[in-house]
Design a protein around this ligand. Sequence first.
Ligand SMILES: Cc1cc2nc3c(=O)[nH]c(=O)nc-3n(C[C@H](O)[C@H](O)[C@H](O)COP(=O)(O)OP(=O)(O)OC[C@H]3O[C@@H](n4cnc5c(N)ncnc54)[C@H](O)[C@@H]3O)c2cc1C
Length: 425
Amino acid sequence: MTIKDTYDVVVIGAGPGGLAAAISARQNGAADVLIIERDLEPGGILLQCIHNGFGLEVFKQDLPGPSYAQKFIDEALSSGVDLLLDTMVLDITPDRKIFTASRKLGIKEIKAKALVLAMGCRERTRAQVRLPGTRPAGVYTAGTAQRWVNVEGYMPGKRFVILGSGDIGMIMARRLTFEGAKVERVLEVMPFLTGLTRNYVQCLLDYDIELQLQHTVKRIIGNKRVEAIEAVAVDEKWEPIPGSEEIIPCDTLLLSVGLIPENELSRKAGVALDPLTAGPFVDDRFETNVPGVFAAGNVVHVYDLVDWVTQAGLASGKAAALYAVTQEHKTQKKIPIRSGENVHHVVPQHICAESLKDADIKLQLRVKQPVEDPVWVEVRKGANLVARRAERYARPGEMITVTLPVKAYDEVQSADDLTVAIVKR
Ligand SMILES: Cc1cc2nc3c(=O)[nH]c(=O)nc-3n(C[C@H](O)[C@H](O)[C@H](O)COP(=O)(O)OP(=O)(O)OC[C@H]3O[C@@H](n4cnc5c(N)ncnc54)[C@H](O)[C@@H]3O)c2cc1C
């Protein structure tokens, strides 16, 4: 395969977001599409997610991560997408020049008529949550342990404590138990679960692994290797409660304390980032503030289900293809979407009212605090109700989607902004 100097659409990252964007760009008229991936194989982080639970929305099937990814890899290749693997994107410019480095091609410059950012996210580390104590071996992120166990065939330890009730940590608690390890405890500083309830039930409850809310690690103990951690209960301000300390012997501490969208490249291209999501501000077509630069998947905000990542990829690839073919930036009126009562963030952060003429627009959000009673998720223009959805509960670990229907066009196109809020039913 010869890599050209110019492509209609270039996608950075061959995870589920990037693969879907590339397929959709081809389906929507892009003559040539290239995915650039730093790894040796396409598929992104799904290659190490060998548990099931993927594809329930998109395929109505319960697939392991690699099987879900393979369906899109096959489709991308058969639809004529070029795939440049083992190649790191080092820099991008606002006019969509892409600078790559690889053993095969050295340093290469590629020009994109439209660019899709799909670099995924990375895990928060020990340094970012400032864990005190010595610095022995045996402190890893849950994703590192996932790669070792599922791909490399190593066990990182025998006796574990997991800090954080994020999904990767809970999934690894079960996985390590399958491999004969003892998971002593999962500690969570918040008063609620931060991952999906289904993972709590299937990965912790089913295996009698204890979750302690409002607890954290006060100190890591051990010189060469972790020997124990000191756990402590915290109050609502995360202050340790004196007298609640407990030493838990273990040889490994796994961290599942959040994911951060990978946006170093985005910044270089002048893409504005939302401090609430750490991802780009996007509109309903997933276009960023830089014309012709789109974004899809966990680079935008951390999704709970890969199926939504795929849907975002399909939407951004379609918009990128249209931009590439017409080279036209539609300067439509954009309506900001504000976060109201108990809403942490909403994506997209603004919408083009004109898009509502053709199709519904989905708004996705996360709440700040759990509400265990039935709620309305409401979208309002001032005091006027524009759309709403009933939910049995609202939890921070589970994304909520509320749809603006085509019939709301008249109301929406005259709005200065819209606000999304959680209201008790
Ligand atoms: C460690 C980890 C484990 C996870 N486990 C689960 C799980 O078990 N279940 C679940 O539902 N979700 C899991 N997730 C969430 C998962 O990331 C998403 O569901 C989904 O994979 C996101 O797709 P994506 O395409 O946005 O990103 P990714 O799948 O992360 O793909 C991004 C791709 O971009 C590439 N890339 C990044 N920067 C560059 C660059 N500069 N140059 C070239 N290529 C680049 C990366 O190598 C990667 O292949 C996990 C996330 C992480 C970080």
